[in-house]
Ligand binder design. Structure first.
Ligand SMILES: Cc1cc2nc3c(=O)[nH]c(=O)nc-3n(C[C@H](O)[C@H](O)[C@H](O)COP(=O)(O)OP(=O)(O)OC[C@H]3O[C@@H](n4cnc5c(N)ncnc54)[C@H](O)[C@@H]3O)c2cc1C
Length: 367
């Protein structure tokens, strides 16, 4: 059901763009502004993993078909402990029409969303930041151009340093995680299995890494190493590196996700480690939930629906991150010896696949 007035979306990362898609397909008028010059640089893969829930959410707009045509499907993953394959998991048994992770660099996902919006005459206003939020019940905003505007709702999708969150005075609770992560997008000397991810757990501290394929001989490596060079040396067989980075992570979330008619979504509301590939997917689910509730005149339910999911993803990613950073010896032994037996049971295999695919989180109620 369409509503009068314009929604202002601050931030055109994947979450702001997803909000724009979901509102546009329901006939809601909007403006989407971004302080940056354009989308994520094409060579920076950043959020690479698109999960089945995101594909389901973007089904009605037709975007999931477009993303599927552009990406690589990852249908299973191997867990290697101290050089020995402890588990080969297939995602096929998961209850979903998309039993895989779609691997697609974030910059490409954003460009496909921008293209979809352009076809419907919705243009991102680049180099236009949200500078201030006025009152929150009849929301108004001031943009970096000096323009003042009234909106029916403001959605802050402006990333982890969110201006919208600061303007609302919402506490940002949590903590930094010790140490650095290394990341490298690489081209291997020989073809790799482009449909299987690999998680390698070493028994020492900070020796683990994960590999997510991005095509026949390309992959993203991410690991607990002091530098991308150390990570690349640990994996071996690499011909060239297309992007490398080191970064620190925090586990933080906004204590409120809305005030009046101003809402927070994506990294503006929660950040955590990239282990598990949940960040962008969680943000897209926030955005789509907002669009649905807004059109149903039920936006007051937004925070109570999303905050519990955010807290649960925080907890899950924290556990996964701790396990990879410094696997407790009893867990490493369990994975090495008991896991291969446990996963001979089909229900255990299915449950594990559904966990990896994030299907254990609440699914979109409107689909
Ligand atoms: C190295 C790396 C690897 C990652 N890997 C994964 C992964 O595999 N899977 C996954 O799910 N996630 C991953 N993530 C996390 C993922 O990139 C983020 O969760 C995702 O980008 C969040 O999207 P967003 O739209 O909320 O915020 P952002 O992508 O940060 O976008 C925010 C936008 O807001 C704009 N902006 C900022 N201030 C203002 C303002 N005042 N007014 C208007 N616009 C503003 C910015 O220019 C930006 O375009 C990774 C992140 C990094 C850094």
């Amino acid at each position: 059901m369409a509503r009068d007035g314009t929604v202002l979306i601050a931030g055109a990362g994947p979450v702001g763009l997803a909000a724009a898609v979901e509102l546009t397909r329901r006939g809601v008028a909007l403006r989407i502004v971004d302080a940056g010059e354009g989308p994520t640089p094409a060579e920076q893969s950043r959020a690479l993993a698109i999960n089945p829930t995101t594909l389901a959410i973007l089904g009605p707009s037709g975007l999931s078909e477009t993303l599927l045509a552009a990406g690589t499907t990852i249908t299973g993953s191997d867990v290697v402990i101290d050089g020995r394959t402890a588990l080969s998991l297939s995602f096929k048994s998961a209850h979903t029409p998309h039993p895989f992770i779609l691997s697609l660099p974030q910059g490409r996902t954003e460009r496909l969303m921008i293209g979809w919006l352009k076809q419907r005459q919705v243009e991102v206003e680049w180099n236009v930041g949200l500078a201030a939020v006025g009152e929150t019940h009849r929301p108004s905003a001031v943009l970096s151009t000096g323009e003042e505007l009234a909106a029916v709702a403001i959605l802050g999708c402006d990333g982890s340093h969110s201006k919208v969150r600061q303007e609302l005075g919402v506490p940002w609770s949590g903590e930094g995680y010790p140490g650095v992560f290394a990341l490298a997008d690489v081209i291997f000397e020989a073809p790799i299995d482009s449909h299987r991810a690999r998680i390698c757990i070493g028994s020492g501290e900070r020796t683990s890494h994960a590999l997510l394929p991005m095509g026949d001989n390309r992959a993203r490596l991410i690991g607990f190493h002091d530098s991308p060079d150390a990570l690349i040396a640990a994996v071996g067989g690499i011909a060239s590196v297309t992007w490398r980075s080191t970064f620190r992570v925090s586990f933080r979330h906004a204590e409120r996700m809305s005030r009046g008619w101003v809402f927070l979504a994506g990294d503006a509301a929660h950040v955590h480690s990239p282990v598990g590939g949940r960040g962008m997917n969680l943000g897209i689910a926030d955005a789509a939930t907002f669009a649905w509730l807004f059109c149903e005149h039920r936006e007051t339910e937004y925070e109570s629906k999303r905050l519990p999911v955010v807290r649960s993803v925080m907890e899950q990613t924290r556990q996964m991150t701790d396990m990879l950073a410094k696997p407790p010896s009893h867990i490493a032994s369990f994975l090495k010896y008991a896991m291969p037996m446990a996963t001979m049971l089909a229900p255990v295999r299915r449950k594990m696949a559904e966990r990896v695919l994030a299907l254990d989180l609440p699914q979109p109620e409107w689909l």
